[in-house]
Design a binder for this molecule. Structure first.
Ligand code: COA
Length: 153
C-alpha cells in the first residue's frame, strides 16, 4: 500500500475547497476561518485525498475547524489517522485541549470523535439554521444544533 503523508499546506498553494465543502457546505462560512487557520493535507501518490484545518481558539485550546476525506478513500481509517495526527500536532505546539464541532445529525462523526477520546462539552442550539442559508438534512435528520466535543491533550 502506498504511504499517506501529511503536511501543512503552504500559503501559495491551492486551498482544497472540494474537500472542505464535504464537511462544511458553505464556501462563505469556510472563508470566515480558512485564511486565519492552518490547513493540513494528506497526500497519496501526490494526490490530495484528505485534509483537516486547525485554528487556535485561545492560548490553551485549538479547534479542528474542518476534517474531510475524499469519498473514494473514506471508511479506510484515514479519518481516524487524521484526528490522531491533529492531536499530536496540537500537543507539540503546546495546546492543552483540542475541540471539534459537529451537527446533531452527524451520527457517524459523533461515533468517530467519541471513539477517538473526545467528549461532548457544549450544545449550541440552532447553530445551523442561524448560520446557513439552506437547511441541512443528514441521515434523515435535520441538522440544527452544533455539538462541541473536547479532548485533553
Ligand atoms: N457513519 C458511520 N460510521 C462512520 C462514519 C459515518 N459517516 N464515518 C466514520 N465512521 C466510523 C467508521 O466506521 C470507523 O469505525 P471503526 O473504527 O469502528 O471501524 C471509524 O468511524 C473511523 O472511520 P474512518 O475510516 O477513519 O473515517 P473516514 O476516513 O471515512 O473519515 C470523515 C471520516 C467523517 C472525515 C469522512 O467520512 C468525511 O470526510 N466525511 C465527509 C465530511 C465530514 O462529514 N466531515 C466532518 C464534519 S463534522
Amino acid at each position: 500500500m502506498t504511504e499517506l503523508t501529511i503536511r501543512r499546506l503552504q500559503k501559495q498553494e491551492e486551498i482544497p475547497y472540494k474537500l472542505l465543502l464535504l464537511a462544511d457546505p458553505s464556501k462563505k462560512n469556510i472563508d470566515i476561518y480558512i485564511f486565519s487557520s492552518d490547513i493540513y493535507i494528506a497526500e497519496k501518490e501526490e494526490k490530495v485525498i484528505a485534509c483537516y484545518v486547525l485554528k487556535a481558539a485561545d492560548s490553551k485550546t485549538i479547534e479542528i475547524k474542518n476534517i474531510a476525506v475524499d469519498p473514494a478513500s473514506q471508511g479506510k481509517g484515514i479519518g481516524k489517522f487524521l484526528l490522531n495526527n491533529a492531536c499530536e500536532i496540537a500537543s507539540k505546539n503546546g495546546f492543552k485541549n483540542i475541540i471539534i464541532g459537529t451537527g446533531n445529525s452527524s451520527v457517524g462523526q459523533l461515533y468517530l470523535y467519541q471513539q477517538a477520546g473526545f467528549s461532548i462539552i457544549k450544545i449550541i442550539k440552532n447553530f445551523f439554521p442561524d448560520n446557513y442559508d439552506e437547511p441541512i438534512i443528514e441521515n434523515g435528520i435535520e441538522c440544527r444544533d452544533m455539538l462541541v466535543l473536547s479532548k485533553a491533550l
